[in-house]
Design a protein around this ligand. Structure first.
Ligand code: EPZ
Length: 422
């Protein structure tokens, strides 16, 4: 297991390219199963989560080739059983459920692995498939779904107690493309990754309207064709490096971004006193640290609200921002594993219920810390950039799940980091 050494006297400048979105790639790769024809997906980030998804597609019988960011999937014949040893490694493997059920009328998915950010139920996914007429049974840790006579469109409300579900919306939208009749998805997630999936499905011949709103309508069709697609930029990676530029930069530029996906992060960075400037077509952003930054309050919400996947990174920034900041996570109220590790570095944070109260300190101090979930681990790297001494971040595999070559990108910006085998 690799670890990352981060030397705290790093000053970042220069530019990097942001990779394709992990969270758009995963459902889009799963949705290639909806056709027997080959699809080509470009800008798939080389991270362990997408590599797991490719292994699952291979295990289901698809032919899969990858060369750098371009993936070719040919699912001419597939089996309905996703392999337990792969599915348990990644929650997002649940998004083969909809495509399998729609394509072969049956799906056997192991309950996805738990996640350190809190409870990860799948009740809304099951509700969606039942809503389309599938029967669902639990068999020894597996979810077994069947619809031998095909799926039938319906109106289904996908709202859970914490709001819309991103992958639940994806699963229902994918399954509905081949259902008989019309499906209406109420309380749909409107994240950019859901829109990118809808764009991919429409290219395949699906009839979808309303993606990006809370109400998506899908007219079922007989079959779908293979297509080519470029994945949208990863807005969470972009947000992570925007924070790095605000915390430890002297002018950092991020290329291959989408300004319309970064509104919430931009608003908070500007409210905190930092400079955020996009180029004319919104594909590049330049970050300059504020002369006298101040604390802010954040409450996460479904898109276009502040993303839960960025609250840990902003907590790292507030840990060395003068003043008091409050970060509330309404989507994953337990997602505060990073706070205890940052406190080992001298951060002043009090976690209470679904919120963290942060009092900024001048500098953190290096300490050996343990990565936990994907975004919490990235937040520790950011905190380490502003810590005296060299911070050792263990269990780097958490970061490698969702950040493509994070150490190489940091080095390109002048950070003093090194990846060492543990
Ligand atoms: C997606 O997860 C993302 N993952 C997560 O990013 C992200 O944090 C999350 O959406 C919220 O934006 C991918 O896209 C691969 P949800 P997802 O279903 O779809 C509850 C990262 O760091 N819920 O939108 O699994 C759930 O407990 C990852 O890249 C139910 O109650 O999340 C949560 O409180 C972490 N029942 C809320 O809904 C269900 O059946 C939102 O979860 C499903 C979800």
């Amino acid at each position: 297991m690799d670890k990352l050494l981060v030397h705290g006297d790093s000053t970042l400048q220069g530019s990097i390219n942001i990779s394709g979105s992990k969270n758009a790639s995963l459902p889009i790769l799963a949705s290639t199963l909806l056709s027997s024809q080959a699809s080509i997906v470009r800008r798939v980030p080389d991270v362990s989560d997408t590599n797991y998804m490719l292994q699952i597609l291979r295990a289901l019988g698809a032919e899969v080739e990858r060369s750098s960011g371009t993936v070719r999937v040919e699912p001419s014949t597939i089996s309905p059983e996703a392999p337990y040893d792969l599915v348990r490694k990644m929650r997002a493997s649940i998004c083969v459920m909809g495509p399998l059920l729609a394509r072969v009328g049956r799906a056997k998915i192991s309950l996805p692995g738990g996640c350190i950010i809190g409870d990860r139920p799948v009740d809304l996914h099951i509700k969606a498939m039942q809503g389309l007429g599938a029967t669902v049974e639990m068999e020894g840790g597996d979810i077994v779904l069947s619809a031998p006579d095909g799926l039938v469109g319906a109106e289904i409300d996908m709202r859970g107690k914490h709001g819309p579900t991103v992958l639940g919306t994806d699963n229902l939208m994918m399954a509905a493309t081949l259902a008989r009749g019309t499906t209406v998805i109420d309380s749909a997630a409107s994240e950019p990754e859901v829109v990118d999936l809808a764009d991919f499905l429409v290219k395949m011949g699906a009839r979808i309207s309303g993606a990006g709103t809370r109400r998506i309508v899908v007219e079922g069709v007989e079959q779908l064709k293979g297509v080519e697609h470029n994945i949208i930029p990863d807005r969470i990676e972009a947000g992570t490096f925007m924070v790095a530029g605000a915390m430890a930069g002297e002018g950092v530029t991020l290329k291959r971004v989408r300004a319309d996906h970064l509104g919430a992060a931009t608003d908070i960075l500007e409210e905190a006193g930092h400079g955020v400037k996009f180029n004319s077509d919104g594909t590049e952003v330049h970050i300059t640290p504020g002369a006298s930054p101040k604390g802010c309050d954040i409450s996460t919400a479904p898109f276009p609200g502040f993303p839960t996947d960025m609250q840990a990174q902003f907590t790292a920034m507030f840990a060395t921002t003068p003043g008091i900041s409050v970060v509330e996570d309404t989507i994953f109220p337990q997602r505060f594993m990073h706070c205890s590790e940052m406190k080992r570095m001298g951060a002043e944070i009090k976690v209470d219920g679904g919120s963290a109260l942060i009092r900024g300190v001048t500098n953190l101090s290096a300490a050996p810390v343990m990565a936990s979930d994907l975004r919490a681990s990235a937040a520790l790297v950011l905190a380490a950039l502003r810590a005296r001494g060299t911070t050792e971040i263990n269990r780097l595999y958490h970061i490698d799940r969702g950040y493509e070559h994070i150490d190489e990108k940091l080095l390109q910006l002048g950070a003093k980091v090194e990846r060492v085998p543990a």
